[in-house]
Design a protein around this ligand. Structure first.
Ligand SMILES: [Zn+2]
Length: 108
């Protein structure tokens, strides 16, 4: 899956960028108020794998959705967010595998 450059959550546009690294050595971060998600290209001076970046993407999307829902209590629960976003990642990857079976190989 290609990570999009822009998504909408609850009517708000969220810009998604992939800087080389993020302060504090984080894999990703989001700030709903400022409308952005950042996914680090590198983590611990090694390139973050595509599957790890995808996992980070859905993790940050989950934070944004929960914050939009006014459920900051759940958004601050990293165990909940990681578990929920892990399910989303798996679900999305399995959908993509199914689409690939049916699609022209030229369309990725
Ligand atoms: Zn988190």
């Amino acid at each position: 899956m290609k990570i999009p450059k822009k998504i909408r959550i609850g009517g708000q546009t969220i810009e998604v960028s992939q800087p080389n690294c993020i302060d504090g050595g984080k894999l990703g971060e989001c700030r709903l108020g400022d409308g952005y998600i950042r996914i680090a290209e590198q983590f611990n001076s090694a390139k973050q794998s595509e599957s790890s970046k995808l996992n980070t993407y859905w993790h940050e999307v989950t934070h944004c959705i929960l914050d939009t829902m006014g459920r900051g209590d759940l958004s601050q629960d990293e165990t909940f967010v990681s578990c929920f976003s892990g399910f989303l990642t798996e679900c999305y990857i399995s959908m993509e595998e199914d689409w690939k079976k049916d699609n022209d190989p030229k369309t990725e």
